[in-house]
Write a protein that binds this ligand. Structure first.
Ligand code: TRP
Length: 344
């Protein structure tokens, strides 16, 4: 098993990022490496330049994200942790794949439509070809499994389409005339428990770093008092908690808070409701706040310590990138060769 996944280096990590992606990466790191497979996790800094950005902020966010990942449990000795910018093969393979990817395929990508909005003519070429770079990210390493959120499923399908067409059109044949595929077709892994973590102020909006209200999210930098205060002020309703999940229908804020509790406690919504059903938020909220403080305090302490040591963070990325460069080299060479590009 070879697990490959990327995350954009946005600053200000919050509970939604932790429960949505990072915690699952940590779990896979333990399961996969115990069975002799490997995990490659990277900061998608090359993807970050597809939207307007401030260079100094990108550099700071990249390092901050490394600190956050390590604080959350990504172990640079178990997983290959790096940033795309230090592994030129990502950009090289992307170019090779743009000969195979079709305009019609990219025109169907909903993320491009969402992010470019009404201003398609003004969108960057990088935003348009973003999914081809993402395909290169995983195909370069012969990824078998790619943990992603639901919103990235379409990009993964595109990566499979590109791999399939490239193999069909260009893979060399052995002496029996059988195709020797250049790329492995990767499977997406979409964790069911990656419950959508909603804003603490509005149960219909995802928890987001771009929400102007800091009260809408729990940041990985929040201390215990801040977490307690945010949970106590979180939007809820006047009813008591129901005794089963059906009773949460039409109560998005209540459902979100119960979902956070279940995810943090590593249990199910049903189990949380069997404990708290019949209780009001006056009892449930302090319990949720305490659980969050208990689970996040060690992460918070490590994160704040690590983010101050830029030299150590850069050393982690350098080491991961060296490993990634050597893991990706054979596939990159095979792709050049399959296309008839002479590399002396
Ligand atoms: N596009 C992904 C996101 O925004 C990040 C990403 C880039 C990625 N390259 C990837 C995820 C490769 C999985 C595999 O979430």
């Amino acid at each position: 098993m070879r697990v490959v996944s990327g995350i954009q280096p946005t600053g200000n990590l919050h509970l939604g990022n932790y429960l949505g992606a990072i915690r699952n990466w940590v779990k896979m790191q333990e399961d996969v490496t115990a069975n002799g497979g490997d995990c490659l996790y990277f900061l998608a800094d090359l993807h970050a330049i597809s939207m307007p950005h401030v260079p100094a902020d990108l550099a700071a966010s990249t390092r901050e994200m490394v600190a956050a990942l390590v604080a959350c449990g990504i172990d640079p000795d178990k997983s290959v942790l790096f940033n795309q910018a230090q592994v030129p093969a990502h950009a090289e393979l992307q170019w090779l794949l743009t000969g195979t990817a079709r305009m019609g395929w990219l025109n169907r990508m909903t993320q491009f439509k969402d992010k470019s909005g009404k201003n398609r003519e003004g969108a960057s070429i990088a935003l348009y070809t973003y999914p081809v770079l993402q395909a290169a990210d995983v195909l370069l390493y012969q990824a078998t499994h790619v943990p992603v959120g639901e919103d990235q499923k379409q990009h993964l399908e595109l990566a499979r389409d590109i791999a399939q067409k490239f193999n069909n059109d260009f893979a060399p044949k052995n002496e029996n005339g059988e195709l020797q595929p250049v790329f492995t077709l990767p499977e997406p892994i979409i964790p069911p428990e990656a419950a959508r973590i909603m804003s603490l102020r509005d149960g219909s909006a995802k928890m987001s770093k771009s929400d102007p209200s800091d009260m809408s999210r729990i940041n990985l930098t929040d201390d215990a008092d801040t977490i307690m205060a945010k949970i106590k002020k979180a939007k809820s309703d006047a009813d008591v908690l129901p005794s089963d999940a059906k009773g949460l229908e039409g109560r998005p804020e209540a459902a979100s808070l119960v979902g956070i509790y279940a995810a943090m406690a590593g249990t199910s919504v049903a189990a949380v409701l069997s404990e708290f059903g019949g209780d009001g938020f006056g009892r449930f909220k302090p319990a949720l706040g305490e659980l969050l403080v208990e689970k996040l305090a060690p992460i918070n302490t490590r994160f704040i310590e690590l983010r101050q040591d830029q030299a150590a963070l850069d050393a982690i990325l350098r080491k991961g990138a060296a490993k990634a460069r050597s893991l990706g080299a054979p596939t990159l060479e095979a792709a050049y060769a399959a296309l008839g590009l002479v590399r002396g």
